[in-house]
Design a protein around this ligand. Structure first.
Ligand code: NAD
Ligand code: ZN
Length: 233
């Protein structure tokens, strides 16, 4: 099985989603903040927003959903977790196989050269590259930007080969990530959705678990463990 996660899995860790009812975009318009044009126009505003998000993420902890998914990954039930999230909660939950499609908010990179830095503290203002003095930007994929090719190809392979795709906490509205589970489906597999609300994938979903990820995933893990144990005896 391959898993695709979105902002919803981190919602129970206190990190707002983009499109849910507490979504970030209720207060900020994406086109004002998460585009290369917005950054050129107003890097101070964009960094102010990222400073706020980085602070939230640093204070957050992986929730039982991240932890259960990491355990399913260690058990080999979930071969790999592909995430659209830019937070580091899957890493901190010790997920062993993780593909990050939209980059990493805890990393910044230079807008001119190859310099990259991983944040220990929350950055202040517009950080400058120590090598060439150009502004640094968050190492995330913004609207209108291509996904990292290698990560996308790996994700496409995983979902094409999987017999089941578990889609957790994503509206599946952002492409191409939202289409990955359809690769599983078109190769004869099934789609399992964990989301209190139906996503754009609803017409293709075979099993819908309309529950928060932090509740549903530990239950799935418990059921899988029961099956494992009964098979052993
Ligand atoms: P989205 O905001 O479009 O959708 C969130 C989905 O999560 C909704 O379908 C909602 O019903 C569901 N949801 C809300 N609470 C949930 C819960 N407790 N359990 C399970 N599902 C829940 O998010 P998306 O689809 O990930 O959007 C994609 C973009 O959002 C990506 O580019 C991603 O980088 C970015 N994003 C990331 C973070 C993060 O890293 N934590 C936060 C916000 C946005
Ligand atoms: Zn530089």
């Amino acid at each position: 099985m391959a898993a695709l996660t979105g902002a919803g899995i981190s919602a129970d860790s206190g990190i707002p989603t983009f499109r849910g009812k507490d979504g970030l975009w209720r207060r900020f318009k994406p086109e004002e903040l998460a585009t290369p044009e917005a950054f050129q126009r107003n890097p101070e505003l964009v960094w102010e927003w990222y400073e706020w998000r980085i602070k939230l993420i640093k204070e957050a902890k992986p929730n039982p959903g991240h932890l259960a998914l990491a355990e399913l990954n260690r058990m080999g039930i979930v071969k790999c977790v592909v995430t659209q999230n830019v937070d580091d909660l899957h890493e901190r939950a010790c997920t062993t196989c993780l593909v990050k499609l939209h980059g990493d908010i805890m990393t910044a990179r230079c807008t001119s050269c190859d310099f990259e830095i991983k944040w220990k503290d929350v950055p202040k203002g517009v950080p400058k590259c120590p090598a060439c003095c150009s502004p640094l930007r968050p190492a995330v994929v913004w609207f209108g930007e291509p996904l990292p090719q290698e990560a996308l190809e790996r994700a496409e392979r995983l979902f094409s080969e999987a017999r089941a795709a578990m889609v957790i906490g994503t509206s599946a509205a952002v492409m191409p990530a939202g289409k990955l589970p359809l690769l599983t489906k078109s190769n004869g597999g099934i789609i399992i959705e964990v989301n209190p609300e139906p996503s754009a994938l609803e017409p293709y979903v075979d099993i819908a678990i309309r529950e928060r990820a932090s509740v549903a995933l530990p239950r799935i893990l418990e059921e899988v463990r029961k099956l494992y144990n009964s098979n052993k005896t």
